[in-house]
Unconditional design. Structure first.
Length: 235
């Protein structure tokens, strides 16, 4: 250990002079009851400032555009695939349905479809993770910024599809896409297919009987008669 480290280790507290306090509040703090006086000074200073408290519920708060308030349901898009209920980590989604047979049209055979009977979410168990909204393949679930759905009884926090449908009208429109972001794969694939179809229609189909590149010829090589080739001239 160097001499400097030994001096710092064994030095008395008096070797490090205290930093002097400047200002009136520093002097007041050293007097008996100075801490109380400083606290009252802070209180008096803030009493003269304008309050920034929102007068809720008279004044509604400004929520972020992607705030997670409640889950809304668009019943027309639901196909009762049960994917949201299976992926829910809290098992707070309850779905009931029945099969319905549709009559045949135009001589075809009848087909069946699932009809939604019940779609309920228990918000007493929901942890607002958003997995059900992300895995829905038909865009039937959406986030709504609505948050005023408190109840006096915890059993009343299980809301049925009628209430979830009412919250659908509070869903804000989606945000605009980032112009610098990459386009979705589906759009890129569709653009490539459209460009390929336009190029084919512009060039036209290949002429009938025209030789195709890479097709081997069946005749003898150039400069060689049929009789010179192996097996040529045989009856």
């Amino acid at each position: 250990m160097s001499p400097a480290h030994l001096w710092l280790t064994n030095a008395a507290p008096s070797a490090f002079p205290r930093r002097p306090q400047y200002g009136i509040m520093g002097l007041v703090g050293r007097l008996p009851g100075g801490g109380l006086a400083k606290g009252l000074a802070v209180t008096l200073r803030t009493m003269t400032r304008r309050s920034v408290t929102r007068q809720y519920p008279e004044v509604q708060p400004d929520l972020p555009p992607r705030s997670r308030g409640v889950i809304a349901l668009l019943e027309e898009n639901c196909t009762v695939c049960m994917l949201c209920a299976r992926e829910c980590p809290d098992w707070c989604i309850y779905i009931d349905s029945h099969k319905e047979t549709l009559p045949a049209e135009g001589g075809g055979r009848a087909r069946t479809r699932n009809v939604l009977d019940r779609f309920a979410i228990d918000f007493a168990l929901c942890m607002y993770c958003g997995i059900c909204i992300e895995v829905c393949p038909f865009d039937a679930l959406f986030w709504s910024p609505e948050f005023e759905y408190a109840e006096y009884d915890i059993a009343e926090l299980t809301h049925e599809k009628q209430r979830l449908r009412e919250w659908m009208w509070t869903v804000p429109p989606p945000q605009a896409h980032d112009p610098a972001a990459e386009p979705p794969k589906e759009i890129a694939a569709a653009e490539k297919a459209a460009a390929r179809a336009a190029r084919t229609s512009r060039n036209g189909p290949p002429a009938t009987g025209a030789p195709t590149t890479g097709t081997p010829t069946t005749g003898p090589p150039a400069g060689e008669s049929p009789s010179d080739s192996p097996g040529g001239g045989r009856p």
